[in-house]
Design a protein around this ligand. Structure first.
Ligand code: G3P
Ligand code: MG
Length: 237
């Protein structure tokens, strides 16, 4: 099988760090993922009210922190005071520094607010510019990815889509994607073969059941994002 890019990603990528084992999207979560044997972690990045990059999944603070309100309308200084499970909300810079310390690869998932796709991509491109370790930048926001591709063409990109639609090959090719990442619930062997046969790596989210992970790998899925990476790694051992 010919792959379009030289990127190598591991079988198991810790999801939001290791979300079932430590507070999601925190540096403690990265450390936990590394301790569990992960070599890569995925985490979500979005813009604060004052255009700074923070590591948090939701558009609001409510679910994962002691705060409330919209991340994209709150200045960084306020976000840094919030408690995200006994841990602060990391900035992207601090997350990248921690990856370096731990020797982890990073999948930076850009979470774009409507109308700020360009600002987000530009900020991420600037922040990852000097990062030395393995990186993949992905997004469900294809406009953000397209802008990112123009600004940082040498950094591998992952096209996120819940399910594969008929136009996926054109979109992936336009974005110069190395990885396609899909919701595992919508994958089937033909779809996996189509993606792998076209030369892309295929990652599936979110897989916490070892038996399901093994099935996906048998179909040809390259990697799974897991909240409980220890379970999947044990099944592979
Ligand atoms: O990047 C894979 C996965 O994280 C996408 O879904 O909602 O967990 O960010 P979500
Ligand atoms: Mg994510």
């Amino acid at each position: 099988m010919v792959t379009k890019h030289s990127l190598i990603i591991p079988r198991v990528i810790g999801h939001r760090g290791a979300a079932a084992r430590a507070p999601e999207n925190t540096l403690a979560g990265f450390r936990k993922a590394a301790a569990l044997g992960c070599t890569w972690v995925e985490f979500d990045v979005r813009l604060s009210g004052d255009d700074q990059l923070v590591v948090i999944h939701d558009a609001t603070l409510d679910r994962t922190t002691d705060g409330s309100g919209t991340v994209g309308k709150t200045p960084l200084a306020e976000l840094l005071k919030r408690d995200a499970g006994g841990e602060p909300i990391p900035t992207l810079d601090s997350a990248l520094a921690e990856l370096r310390l731990l020797g982890l690869g990073g999948n930076v998932e850009m979470k774009a607010d409507e109308g700020r796709e360009e600002a987000l991509a530009a900020a991420v491109a600037k922040a990852v510019h000097r990062h030395a370790g393995p990186l993949l930048v992905s997004s469900f926001s294809w406009p953000s990815l397209e802008i990112f591709a123009r600004l940082a063409p040498t950094i591998p990109r992952g096209m996120l889509t819940e399910r594969l639609t008929p136009d996926w090959p054109d979109v992936a090719s336009g974005l110069g994607a190395a990885v396609i990442a899909c919701d595992q619930r919508h994958l089937h062997p033909d779809a996996v073969e189509g993606v792998r046969g076209a030369g892309y790596l295929l990652a599936a989210y979110t897989v916490n059941e070892p038996r399901r992970a093994l099935e996906l790998f048998a179909w040809g899925v390259t990697s799974v994002f897991s909240d409980a990476p220890d379970l999947i790694l044990a099944a592979l051992a």
